[in-house]
Write a protein that binds this ligand. Structure first.
Ligand SMILES: C[S@@+](CC[C@H](N)C(=O)[O-])C[C@H]1O[C@@H](n2cnc3c(N)ncnc32)[C@H](O)[C@@H]1O
Length: 383
């Protein structure tokens, strides 16, 4: 099978490494995706283990089309009864980069018509469309005149891990949090501290990573489970193997937030994954917080509240920079924010900058090593 694993822009290389670790197969790197050939076991493993994938797609059919009737004909020729029955619901989405087709919604509609017409002709009845919560999701991808009909084996996107039952107003995407931890080169031992932890996404992802726990271990539904050839035995075997391989590694992971309700959210979400954990999670103002141990790595996702006046937000970022400089030397800070101007007001020179997206919001991840002693002055330069 041709397998396509989608991710965020900029995550392709770290996803390719992860896919190789999971499957033992070297994927080809594409744009916001990597490509792989493999069987259903690989598909199940990727859904279970990938921290960096948004979804796992399998190619069902490919053909060429340069107009509406060719588009319809190609989809009509594929045998959809192999995939699902009239008693199940389905949804189609499209990604179109083609001079021949302008509207992705129209493409989805044409493919839907072809599927429905085929069922009607063969069985005299048709399956229903459910856009919200379908049993089966299919994706149409058109590049120039090349049409690919893909099955979304994940169903809901894989960042829906199943553990985050309480969130704040600006939760961090789980795939993004996992990616930032990968980019940081975290060795799964160094103490991590999130001083503005919100709903605790960094902390949950870090602990699962360190314990070799599959990111979707708490999730109960995947698209592939609705397929008529679903191999429940194989899935259970893979899941049980994973559970048996969870280790006892417990790095020091701490979280703080100025709002007690967010501290409650983090505790709740951690508890959803680990019945018991020893993480220190407390209500505290970052500006009153000092390092709690040696050699800490800070992961920080400050608010980029668009409702707060810009200048006030910039002042806030300026204060973050001063506090880091004066109180946190010897630590390293990885800071992600959607307030790109705000980041400049931190006033410390980042040694790395990586652009990424939190949903539709353009964000930047910056890395600031907070040297002790003489190098400290280097950090006082403006970004
Ligand atoms: C963008 S949210 C963080 C989201 C978080 N990464 C998550 O996954 O849910 C920013 C958080 O910073 C907290 N915060 C704002 N000012 C703070 C301060 N002075 N000290 C500590 N936390 C603060 C807010 O309460 C909010 O929960």
């Amino acid at each position: 099978m041709n397998i396509i694993i989608r991710t965020f822009a900029g995550f392709e290389e770290i996803l390719a490494e992860e896919v190789f670790q999971i499957s033992g197969l070297k994927p080809e790197i594409g744009k916001r995706a990597v490509y792989l050939k493999g069987g259903i076991e690989v598909v199940y493993k990727l859904n279970l283990w990938s921290r960096l994938a948004l979804d796992v797609l399998v190619e069902l059919h490919k053909y060429k089309a340069a107009n509406e009737s060719e588009l319809y004909k190609g989809a009509y020729e594929y045998n959809w009864e192999k995939e699902f029955s009239i008693h199940e619901t389905f949804a189609i989405s499209s990604v179109v980069h083609s001079p021949f087709f302008n509207h992705s919604k129209y493409v989805s509609l044409k493919i839907k018509d072809a599927i429905v017409d085929q069922f009607n002709k063969n069985i005299g009845k048709r399956p229903s469309v459910d856009r919200e919560s379908p049993d089966h999701r299919f994706l149409v991808r058109i590049t120039h005149d090349q049409v690919n009909l893909l099955w979304n084996t994940s169903g809901d996107p894989l960042f829906k891990r199943g553990y985050r039952t309480i969130t704040g107003v600006a939760p961090l995407n789980e795939v993004l949090a996992a990616g930032i931890l990968k980019f940081s080169g975290w060795d799964m031992k160094r103490p991590i501290l999130d001083p503005m932890c919100g709903s605790g996404t960094f902390l949950c992802e870090a602990l699962m990573m360190a314990k070799n726990m599959p990111p979707t271990i708490k999730r109960i539904a995947f698209g592939f489970m609705n397929h008529k050839n679903y191999d429940h035995k194989l899935w259970t075997k893979l899941r049980n193997e994973a559970i048996n391989n969870i280790n006892d590694n417990i790095p020091v992971v701490e979280g703080f937030d100025i709002m007690s309700k967010m501290v409650f959210a983090t505790k709740n979400n951690l508890k959803n994954i680990f019945e018991e954990h020893t993480c220190k999670i407390e209500t505290k103002d970052f500006f009153k917080l000092k390092p709690t141990r040696e050699n800490q790595m800070l992961v920080l996702n400050p608010p980029y509240n668009i409702r707060i006046a810009q200048e006030k937000n910039h002042e806030f970022y300026n204060d973050i920079g001063s506090h880091l400089k004066h109180e946190w030397s010897g630590a390293d800070a990885w800071i992600l924010s959607g307030d790109l101007e705000g980041l400049k007001h931190i006033g410390l020179r980042p040694s790395r900058k990586i652009r990424m997206y939190n949903g539709p919001i353009e964000t930047k991840l910056i890395y600031i090593p907070l040297y002790r002693g003489s190098k400290k002055s280097k950090n006082s330069e403006k970004v």
